[in-house]
Design a binder for this molecule. Structure first.
Ligand code: SF4
Ligand code: SF4
Length: 126
């Protein structure tokens, strides 16, 4: 049976080092959500990706995501797909030691339904 991880919104994954890659569509949505032009948003909230292949979200000096506000994501309705996909669609060995998502053993059909829900959230805001 597959395991589905239910996020507990502990925000640990918003605080550890890494990079949140941004697609062009996500930049458009994030800029609009923040009441900025895309150029303004890019200037203020993004940086070049490590591989120079695109843009990623800017980080705070402590390494946390620029949109982490206390214990909340200030762009929750339009957060990047990469944020939505963790830890079910991507993760890394030992992630369970830092991530508090609750593992649920679910049937194959239920697993596919929940995964489809995660993916759909990235598309229903276009
Ligand atoms: S955009 Fe929101 S969910 Fe994604 S890393 Fe930043 S604070 Fe966390
Ligand atoms: S995915 Fe894990 S680390 Fe990130 S907020 Fe949810 S429970 Fe916390």
């Amino acid at each position: 049976m597959p395991i589905f991880y239910e996020c507990q919104r502990c925000t640990a994954c918003c605080r550890w080092p890494g990079q949140e890659r941004l697609t062009a569509e996500e930049i458009t949505r994030l800029a609009a959500f923040n009441g900025l032009s895309e150029a303004e948003f890019i200037q203020e909230f993004t940086r070049l990706r490590w591989d120079r292949g695109g843009l990623a979200l800017q980080e705070k000096p402590d390494g946390g995501c620029i949109f982490l506000d206390g214990d909340d994501c200030s762009v929750q309705p339009v957060k990047p797909q990469q944020c939505r996909d963790f830890p079910n669609l991507w993760n890394f060995p030992g992630f369970e030691q830092s991530c508090r998502a609750l593992p649920h053993l679910v049937g194959e059909e239920e697993y596919q339904r929940r995964i489809a829900e995660i993916k759909a959230k990235g598309n229903d805001r276009a």
